[in-house]
Unconditional design. Structure first.
Length: 162
């Protein structure tokens, strides 16, 4: 009888610990997925050197992207798009931009097996660094594009319950 009691107690402890780990992961994910204020000057200022170091080589010092960015390279991959008004970055909700920067172009943001030169930055940049880069990119958009993106962001938040 004692052995079965110990086994049941150990199983209950394992289930409880698993539930606690799952709950903690959910809380952390929710906390990190909330979009911070990207208009904060300190975010924009902090984002520029990170962009210059990790993004400018492909997306351009002036966010202009690579030439002929809509045309596939001989490898079949697409060149890096611009992040300025001429590109499509501002057509996407901030959560999508964050996820692509952190995890790369993987499902659900690209088809399964999609080949891209866009690396995942999860192992190189903190979540704060990524938000700061996005703040810097956003700060370079025209008032018209920023306003259009703000409306897209409001609609996205309403649809996703956030």
């Amino acid at each position: 009888m004692r052995r079965s009691t110990i086994v049941i107690a150990a199983a209950a402890l394992a289930v409880g610990l698993g539930a606690l780990i799952w709950w903690d992961a959910q809380v952390r994910t929710a906390r990190h997925s909330a979009v911070p204020d990207l208009d904060a000057a300190e975010r924009v200022t902090a984002g520029r050197p990170i962009y210059d170091l990790h993004c400018a080589a492909c997306h351009g010092v002036r966010l202009e992207g690579q030439s002929d960015w809509r045309d596939r390279l001989p490898s079949g991959r697409l060149p890096a798009p611009p992040h300025d008004d001429s590109g499509h970055t501002w057509h996407h909700p901030l959560e999508v931009l964050f996820a692509i920067t952190k995890h790369g172009l993987v499902p659900p943001y690209a088809p399964q097996g999609y080949q891209s030169d866009m690396p995942a930055f999860a192992d190189r940049l903190s979540d704060e660094d990524i938000w700061n880069v996005l703040a810097y990119i956003r700060s370079r958009w025209s008032d018209r594009v920023r306003s259009t993106h703000d409306e897209l962001q409001r609609r996205h938040a309403a649809q996703s319950g956030g």
